[in-house]
Each structure stands twice: as structure tokens, then as C-alpha cells.
Ligand binder design. Sequence first.
Ligand code: ATP
Length: 721
Amino acid sequence: MPAPTPVDIAAFASTQLDLLAAELAAEVAETSSLIGGHAPTTLQRAGVALTNLVVSAQRTGLGGKTVLELSPDAATARGDVSELPEHGIRAGDIVLVAEQPAGSARKREVRELEKKGVKGVVTKVGRGFVGVALDDEEKEDVGGVFGGRVWIVKLADEVTYKRMNGIMTKLSKMSEAEMSVFIRVLFGQSSPSPIASNLEEDLEWRDIEWVDPTLNESQKDAIRFALASKEMALIHGPPGTGKTHTLIELILQMLKRNLRVLVCGPSNISVDNIVERLAPHKVPIVRLGHPARLLPSVLNHSLDVLTRTSEAGAIVKDVRAEMDAKQASIRKTRTGRERKAIYAELKELRKEYRERERRCVSNLVGSSKVVLATLHGSGGFQLRGEEFDVVIIDEASQALEAQCWVALLAAKKAVCAGDHLQLPPTIKSLDSSSKPSGDSKVKKGGVTLETTLFDRLLALHGPSIKRMLTTQYRMHEKIMRFPSDVLYSSKLVAADAVKDRLLTGLPYDVESTEDTTEPLVFIDTQGGYFPERNEEDADNDKDSKGRVRRSLHGESKSNAMEAALVRQHVRALVEAGVRPDDIAVVTPYNAQLAILAPLKDAFPGIELGSVDGFQGREKEAVIVSLVRSNADGEVGFLGEKRRLNGELHHTPIASPDFFSFSLLFAPLDTVAMTRPKRSLTVIGDSETVKRGSAFLKKWMEFLEKNADLRYPDVSSLALEG
Ligand SMILES: Nc1ncnc2c1ncn2[C@@H]1O[C@H](COP(=O)(O)OP(=O)(O)OP(=O)(O)O)[C@@H](O)[C@H]1O
């Protein structure tokens, strides 16, 4: 392997700083234009706000924070008072809680709104309430917030950027002496230290005592490689190949070797997934992070909870009790003055609480061999000064590189696991220099924020720094074939246990029908009977003067006939006995999702989603509605990429070797294609979709040849309404 071309670290960091600034600006601008330009009710419909709420409870949350519980205001609620309307606010979102503006006050500056409200993190979302942990204690007693009607609206998350900026600045100023071999290797200034080429025959690595001896060869190989590598190792885990399974064994093996490990991922869910699977092994672990954002099953390992329940935590307890009593007494106050006095006392108590908590935290963290946190969280005060032998980054291909560095600087070696052919991180900043097409990402010296650490290291050092997991334990062989051939050089092998399992093999009664005994179905709607519809006309939001605003759905497309086909197919599956919660319907268009929404009432438990694959990773049966169909063969996929970038949760893959990926369907393909276990049904117009890209053409041709090909009976759809 030739020596890598060294990267100038200061230049790298400065490029990252520029790119991050552009990205933050784009995010703030997007949020501002959304909030400033639309009425609260429109924002609610778009899923980014909740209106007409009142504070139904207030208490001290973990970390000493004030948590408000917000519920629908009975005075204004239509229908069921106890339930919130459909919304897209999720635990972990940064929101503003503020007095609800009058209906007529439409044009608002976000900064102005922020002054009037309080920022917080959504802690919990129930059917009838949303919990928000307030960030800014100084402003707790904002006029109106506690008494009157409030609304919440999602904001840009600036905190994450600040931390990445801090780390990049630190990197840019690093002196030669401060740079470890590890850092040099990551920038190609040194080559990775050589290791034996045949580890399975090498004395040191041959006879590893596996905690799970059923690991397959590619998994064992990856673990040996990650253990033996001195500075870094990449583990490429395509969907369902047991990437997490492998990481768990790797962590346990590292513990056996007495190494101190920091385990990180870009999202809380990625980290919790590991905590949940590590916990049964009874190793002492600590999970950092806002308890509000952690899975309930993980809370026992959460630093905040340990701080309360461990012996060391006893010193924190009494202050907390006192704070709780004070919080409770706020509701009974009559005057603003009384309230103010209580807030002043609370502030003092909180200070005390934090101080004690800090002491306790450093004891707990300092004595832990395995610490888990999000990449962002690993930069928190709790880990200041802590050093680790290894940092393991899961889902590294979904993280911004700057974010990875938050964790990397705490370690001497890195193991990154991910799948660079899956969804890349979300990027919003567009390059203004490329206008009018304006659709390329902000780029500096050939780098965009989409270039992940995983990509960069592969390009820098070549495939010898990577091991790939090749046996997949999820998909029927027929469902796996296309993604394996086009994405993974045909290297995937379906495990015996899954390669021919069908819906009829589910652990409950499913009747044998043509739908339940066929893993891959393509319902081809070609012929022009199922035209798409442009939603812009249907979903315009008019301002007070009747001028048309930009629709929140953009120019989203829908296809009512296709939706009827989806319904028909779901019905057929459910009638055969498949449970709705084993079925997911996926489509790239929000407008199509809106049309499909009634399926939730008809088949409670069914999952409807855009291509954001995070709701649930795998499903027994997945139905994909491709929507696009027009008589004149107008495709416009490529022309739409900007709009779609806004509409989709994830931007397309830009990996250079990925020539054939359609910009529209990259996320849809990789997520939708690899989620189903026993049944994948694709519904679309092959004629139209084929014109989208070489990749889509290949996919359509594959389906025509290999799937159970069906042409819909138009007359039967009348019944579906
Ligand atoms: N060696 C193995 N033998 C049997 N089953 C395995 C093996 N490795 C993994 N599995 C199973 O495969 C499934 C997928 O594993 P895991 O969740 O670790 O995969 P993953 O690649 O992390 O998944 P994802 O695609 O969601 O990232 C699990 O049900 C796991 O139990």
C-alpha cells in the first residue's frame, strides 16, 4: 500500500469550521423562515409546532432542571381534550415554549420569539402531553408561560455546532508535540502500524476465547482486526449483518484486555442500542446523557440516575428533595413577588446541587471502564480530562466528521463501525456559488460535510483498514439480492435461518396466499392509469392578503390510485393474518404519506414512514409506494433534488464510487430495500421510474425479472375509495 497523502491538520480544521458555519447558517435560516413565515397552526400541521397548550404540571427533573408538562387547553380543544393532535415533536428536540401569539400576528422574528419564551429539550411525548425540560432557569418565570396558553415550536440546535466548532478550533491550534501517532495516522501523516496479515493464524489472535462462540467468521475476523490494529480499524456492517452484535463482543474482549473504552454514536438511539445489549453481560457501564433522551430501559445505567441512586449519590439527594418541595410550592403562590422569591431560592439550590453532582459524577466516571455517550455528549463536562485507550464509534458513517472528533480527542485508538453505503448525515447548507441550480453542497477544496470520517479514512488508507461483515440475518435471499449486487459487490450471504423465510413462517397463524408466500412483489402501475398529482395547488397556505405562501410540503407529489393499491395490499396481508404492527409502508413523498394516513385508523399498529429509517429498523413486511407517474414521461427527478432535499430527512449519498445513485431515491433505496425481512412489495410506474437514473432503471429491470410481477386491476380499486 503506497504511503497516504498527508492532510494538513490546520487547513482541515479551518475548512471544517467554514463548512460548519455555513451549515449552521442554513439551519438557522431554515428555521427562521419557517417560523417567521407561517402561522402557528400551519406549523403545527407541518409537524414542527404544537399550539393551544397549557402547563398541566411542573417538577424538578434530573439534572436539577425544571420540567413542564404541557397538555391541550380544554378551552380551545376540539374533539378529544385528552389527546394531542398528530405532530412531529420528538423526545430530544430543542423547542421554544412561549406564549401563543394571537392568530393575526403572523410575521415574527425568531429572535424576538426567543426573547419571550424559554428554550428546552423535549423529555417525553405522551398521547395527551409533552414534557419539556427548560434550559434557561433565569427565564423560568416568563410572563404568561406558566399561566396562559402556550405553544411550542422546534428550533435549530445550535449547541451541537458550538461544540464541534470548539473541537475544530482546538485541532487547528494543536502543536506538533501534542499530536499523537493516532492523530497523525488519521490525517495520513503516518501509515497505520503494520499488523500480521493472517490474524486467524497468528499466535496472539488465533485462540481468542469468544464470549459468543456462534459469531460467524466475518465477525470474528473483524474483531481480531479491531483488537490487533494499533491506531484505527473500520468495520463495515451492511444492514442486518450483526454490526452491533460484533461491537458488543469487541467491547467485552477489550474489557478482558483491561482497556478503558469510550463508546459513542451520533444519536442517542444508536448508543442506547449498545447499552441495552451490553447490560446483560453485567459489566459496569456508565451512560452519559440527558435522561430525557435515553430509552427507559437504559436509565439504570444513566449517569444521572446513578448519581441519585448510588452511594456516592446520597449527598445529592437531600438538595433535590428540597428543590422538589420548592417547585411544588410555586403553584400555590398568589403574587409575582412570592414566585420571584421562590425562584431565587431555587437558583441557589440548583447551584449547590450542581456542585455536589459534579463531585459525584467525576467519581463515577473516573472508575468506569466503559463509558457510553453520543459523540456530542462525549464533549460534556463529565469527560473533561478523562482518557480512554479506545473510542468505538458506531454508525460512524452517519456522523459529521467534526462530531467524531469530539470523541476522538479523548482516545489513543479508534474503531469506527458503519455502512458508508447507507444514509449519510443530513446536510442543509447549499453552495450559493452554484446558483441558479444551487443544488450542490457547500464545498471547500473538494470536501463537503457529507464526507464522513469513514469515507475519508477509506480514501486515505485504502480498503486494508477495513473489514466487512458479510452474513446477513435479516432478509429473505430474494429481497437481499438486488441491494447485495449493486451496493455490496454481491458479497452478502443470507444466513440459513433467514434465507427462505416467508410471512407464513411467522410465529403466529398466517394463511398461505399469493401475497404471503412470495417475498418480492412488484405491482407495476405503468400505462398512465395512476397519475401523480402535484400537491402545491392543494396545500397552499395563504397569508392575510390572500397571497400564496410557499407550501410546507413544497411541491410534494401524491398518487391517490397508488395509495388505494397500498391499502388493498395491506388489507390482503392483514386478512391473511399478518399483524399490522409487522407491516410498514414507506414512500419518499410527504404528500403521499398524508394520503396514506387513514391506514393508521383502519389498521392500528401499522407503521407509515418517509424514508427516515429510524422509526423501526426492520419489519416483517414492507410496502413501498414510489408515487411518480406521468403520461408524457416527464420525470424531473434530478431537477427536483433541491426540493426533495428539503422534504426528505436525509440527503442523498455523494460517495464518489456511487455513480449510479439517483439523487431522489438514494435514501429510499438503501433504507426501504434493506428493512423488510420476509416480504417486500414495490408499487410504482416502471416506465416513469426507469427514467429517473441508471440505478432506478436497473432496479426496475431487476424487479421485472425477479419479482412476482403484477398489473393492477383498476376496477377493483373503486372499492378501496
Ligand atoms: N453470528 C450470529 N449468529 C446468529 N445470529 C446473529 C449473528 N450475528 C448477528 N445475529 C443476529 O442478526 C440480527 C442483526 O444483528 P444486529 O442487530 O447486531 O445487526 P446490525 O447489523 O447492527 O443491524 P442494523 O442493520 O440494524 O445496524 C440480530 O437478530 C442478531 O441476533
